[in-house]
Design a protein around this ligand. Structure first.
Ligand SMILES: *Cc1c(COP(=O)(O)O)cnc(C)c1O
Length: 456
């Protein structure tokens, strides 16, 4: 499989080159030359396969020939000691993506990427320097994913004062090969700094730079896996029991016996910010997973819902909301979406909706009252987005799954005033004991370069 820049369809590179470069030399994002198809035998048995097997069959198609099967199986086994349960909640399905070590879906991409990098860099002696811009969760997931990985150093940039204390502990509490920078600015500033660093010839000459943002194709590919696994499971009429899947919510949840409708595709409601998760879903759909459509639910940062409505893409400044990991005004994966599909194609696959903070809080309250289940604010944006669109009416008996992108305990400051105490998973308890250590920098490339000089 060759990978092309979104800005230049002429010169393709290998999977390894696209992975390690992160961003294409012309500033574009790498996209696969074509989206591979699941072989028929895989497509028809998705619902019967383990999460890891779906991961293997999915990633294999993208990394063709470049990672031998046994090495790929090892990477997947090490990356995924957890899975993505599909549980019934108050008449809908919830795809719980928060069972990894940082309790957010970004663990799926980050843990895979870290192990792929380590595999691709085997035998090198210059350390690979990973730059990550985060609105909160990416940084924690990347820090955790790369922590202690040989031959790799990581610098995480996050907007100072705009992440939760727990996110800061996850980003800046590990130390070792992970450094943290608190940037005086927004997430968009952090992202701009990282892009500027990659565009700086002097820096590139001195450091082996790579990125770990959702702009990296190795973050995106493994995220297609949980859509395929979940859609396959629902198509087979199966879901996961809430008690087994989610011990955290079980204590508070009435048993809900909803069974997915067998032989029906699934519509996924995706709480979206930078749109990596949504693009990964589009890959799963095109690969042949039984998926009906996607709902891209954003908070007030509604660049993409507006694009879907008007046909014009207009980047904005980010607004601050209660779903801070989605406070993105210029979603970088929009470039992938627009490069790979036409507007009518995108409109056929994706419905956009924007949800206010009040509506987000109302959804947390409503689902807790009705089902005793805790939604985190991002998941609540998705839940409410599906309500606003009245999407169930349009599905003709098909299944609807809302992606739970983070564990509610990560955003206890917002959730608990509405619901009362949220149970804390073990992974977060460990992070809460860490002491964050970060340097503060201005949102300027010169400041970043000065710090990298020291880290080098
Ligand atoms: C990052 C994040 C999102 C947004 O995902 P994108 O791929 O950037 O659209 C949603 N929810 C949570 C909890 C996140 O951390």
């Amino acid at each position: 499989m060759r990978y092309y820049s979104t800005r230049n369809k002429k010169t393709g590179v290998s999977f390894a080159a696209a992975a390690l470069a992160g961003l294409a030399p012309d500033g574009g994002l790498f996209v696969p030359e074509s989206i591979p198809q699941y072989p028929r035998a895989v497509q028809t048995s998705l619902g019967a396969m383990s999460f890891r097997d779906v991961a293997f069959e999915t990633v294999k198609l993208f990394a063709e020939q470049e990672i031998p099967d046994p090495a790929l199986a090892d990477i997947i086994e090490a990356a995924y000691p957890f899975a993505a349960p599909l549980v019934p909640v108050d008449g809908r399905l919830v795809l719980e993506l928060f069972h990894g070590p940082t309790a957010a879906f970004k663990d799926f991409g980050a843990r895979f990427m870290a192990r792929v990098f380590s595999y691709l860099r085997r035998g090198e002696n210059k350390p690979l320097h990973i730059l990550v811009a985060t609105s909160g969760d990416t940084g924690g997931a990347a820090a955790d994913g790369f922590y202690g990985v040989e031959g790799i150093v990581v610098t995480v940039l996050y907007p100072k004062g705009r992440v939760t204390p727990l996110q800061e502990q996850q980003i800046a509490g590990l130390g070792g090969n992970i450094s943290a920078l608190a940037v005086e600015g927004s997430f968009d500033d952090c992202q701009r700094l990282v892009k500027a660093a990659f565009g700086n010839e002097e820096l590139k000459k001195r450091l082996a730079l790579s990125s770990a943002n959702s702009i990296n194709i190795t973050r995106l590919i493994p995220q297609a896996v949980y859509y395929a696994a979940a859609a396959g499971k629902a198509f087979a009429g199966k879901s996961d029991p809430l008690e087994a899947a989610s011990p955290v919510s079980a204590a508070f949840t009435r048993s809900d016996t909803l069974k997915p409708a067998a032989k029906q595709p699934t519509a996924f409601c995706v709480p979206s910010g930078n749109f990596g998760n949504l693009v990964a879903g589009l890959y799963a759909l095109e690969m042949g997973a039984p998926i009906r459509l996607f709902i891209a639910a954003t908070n007030r940062n509604k660049t993409i819902p507006d694009y879907l409505e008007t046909g014009y893409y207009e980047a904005r400044f980010a607004k601050t909301t209660v779903s801070n990991a989605m406070d993105v005004g210029a979603p970088s994966n929009a470039e992938r979406m627009i490069a790979q599909w036409s507007l009518p194609e995108i409109r056929r696959m994706v419905r956009g909706v924007s949800v206010s903070d009040e509506e987000t809080r109302a959804a947390i309250a409503q689902v807790h009252k009705a089902a005793g289940y805790f939604l985190d604010p991002h998941t609540a944006v998705g839940w409410r987005g599906a309500d606003i669109l009245g999407i169930e009416r349009n599905l003709g008996g098909g299944n609807l799954a809302v992606l739970a992108t983070a564990h509610p305990a990560k955003f206890a400051g917002i959730v608990e005033p509405i619901t009362g105490p949220v149970p804390v998973p073990l992974s977060l308890k460990k992070a809460l004991e860490r002491k964050p250590r970060s340097a503060v920098i201005q949102a300027e490339l010169s400041a970043l370069m000065e710090v990298l000089e020291v880290v080098r």
